[in-house]
Design a protein around this ligand. Structure first.
Ligand code: GDP
Ligand code: MN
Length: 444
């Protein structure tokens, strides 16, 4: 494709990597400091529809009977086939398996009764796919669509790309399958086109992408229109990712394209101006620890370990997790209280850490800069009063107002009838060792 920039593999790899769906809760790994709002497919499609992008008719259902009702209505409105799809935040559903034993989280059905029967084996079970962990994700809802006849499955995505410092459109004729696999086995089949953030998708951009997708000239107008609308949505909604896989050509016409699957993620920093979108987030699907932290404005990611960490600064948080591992412990979370947290937030952080059954001790590691040590100490004391800290606490404080911080803790330890088990240790490594030691003595 001469009209596309020369294919730089590194760039495609970066763009493709950022397309990974949001990690599944619980038990996921630490991917990034920020979490991004992800919508379910049915919500993403409602949004696409608002921007005039082609999606199938359909509706979401929470019970098998509701799914039957939607299917029945679609049939009466002229649908031939019916598509039933599990709603989870991970991809690869079509090839996934449900804990009910049903194979396939996407089913093509011919009658509403069939829809109801499959829905019974989907709702309330977990769907395990290549993109979830081994526990899978719980299915609370299913989407019932009219079916379309697909002639060819293409791939289309708009993502923010660091190396271009702009949005890029990623296009491939190898749709319907995992794009990361395509990037590995057939990198030339992936076309990446950077889009000028000031001017948006030009006619040239749209045409080049349409041709790269294998359309001929007569199809360019309709395909371009859809591309431009997708880009309009991407910008207007502060999305970080709009992924359509498959972007399908249906049997209606050579230029009749349809977004058969959609995955959209949004930038958390834009929450203040995207309140409607963010209010759509289904918190029941979130790790409850993360939902609580999110509400308290804390930067928290749940992990599987047994040592709760309360740290300021993302770098120190990562280093703390590493050093815990080094000394035989395993971090229960990533938590960066940042520089702006107040005493209430710190107390709330302790509440969240202690509410986690797996957490056996808490390591506080604060290097006071903007965040003052005395404020953390007050948070600890407040938490000890309100939350009743029952698990051992190891505190390492250093930096701004460290003396005052230590004094606050020392006073609290003397003037109380409710005992808390606190060790204050100055050295980072010694503190980590002490936190790990509490676990070991606990086990034996
Ligand atoms: P994913 O497996 O999670 O990516 O879910 P998709 O929504 O992409 O569906 C998986 C596959 O099911 C698609 O790649 C299609 O091959 C197929 N599929 C989904 N909807 C339809 C439809 O309306 N008609 C046809 N013929 N196939 C569909
Ligand atoms: Mn898909």
């Amino acid at each position: 494709m001469s009209t596309l920039l020369p294919q730089r593999l590194g760039v495609a790899a970066v763009a493709v990597r950022s397309l990974r769906r949001a990690p599944a809760a619980p038990g996921h790994q630490l991917h990034q400091q920020l979490r991004f709002l992800s919508l379910q497919e049915y919500q993403s499609k409602d949004l696409l529809r608002r921007y005039g992008i082609n999606v199938q008719k359909g509706a979401v259902a929470s019970t098998a009977d509701e799914a039957f009702a939607v299917a029945d209505r679609l049939k009466r409105e002229g649908a031939t086939d019916l598509i039933l799809k599990c709603q989870i935040l991970a991809g690869g559903r079509g090839k996934g398996t449900l804990t009910s034993g049903l194979r396939g989280g996407v089913k093509i059905c011919s009658t509403p009764t069939e829809v109801r029967d499959f829905a019974k084996d989907m709702i309330g079970y977990r769907l395990i796919t290549q993109q979830t962990d081994e526990l899978g994700e719980e299915v609370n809802k299913v989407l019932v669509h009219e079916g379309v006849n697909i002639v060819k499955e293409l791939y289309l995505a708009i993502v923010l790309d660091r190396s271009y410092a702009s949005p890029v459109i990623v296009a491939s004729t190898q749709g319907g399958m995992d794009i990361e696999q395509v990037a590995e086995t057939d990198p030339d089949a992936i076309h990446v086109r950077p889009i000028d953030i000031d001017t948006g998708v030009s006619d040239n951009d749209a045409r080049a992408i349409a041709l790269a997708l294998g359309f001929d000239d007569s199809c360019v107008p309709k395909v371009s229109q859809q591309l431009k609308r997708l880009y309009e949505l991407f910008v207007a909604c502060d999305a970080t990712q709009v992924e359509i896989n498959p972007f399908a050509i249906t049997d209606v016409a050579p230029d009749a394209v349809m977004c058969v699957d959609a995955k959209i993620a949004f930038d958390d920093s834009a929450k203040y101006r995207q309140q409607e979108l963010f209010s759509m987030e289904d918190e029941s699907l979130m790790d409850p620890r993360e939902a609580a932290a999110h509400k308290a404005g804390l930067n928290y990611i749940g992990l599987d370990g047994n040592i709760g960490c309360l740290v300021n600064g993302a770098g120190l948080a990562m280093a703390t997790m590493d050093i815990i591992k080094l000394h035989g412990g395993s971090p229960a979370n990533f938590l960066d209280v940042g520089g702006g947290a107040n005493r209430q937030q710190v107390a709330e952080a302790f509440r969240i850490l202690q509410a986690d059954d797996k957490v056996r001790s808490i390591l506080v590691n604060i290097f006071g800069g903007i965040m003052r040590c005395d404020l953390i100490a007050e948070g600890i004391v407040q938490a000890a009063e309100e939350v009743e800290l029952k698990i051992p606490l190891v505190v390492r404080l250093n930096g701004t107002n460290v003396e005052k911080g230590r004094r606050i803790i020392a006073e609290r330890m003397v003037n109380t009838d409710k005992k808390i088990d606190i060790q204050v240790i100055d050295d980072f490594e010694e503190a980590a060792k002490a936190a790990c030691a509490t676990i070991q003595s606990d086990v034996t």
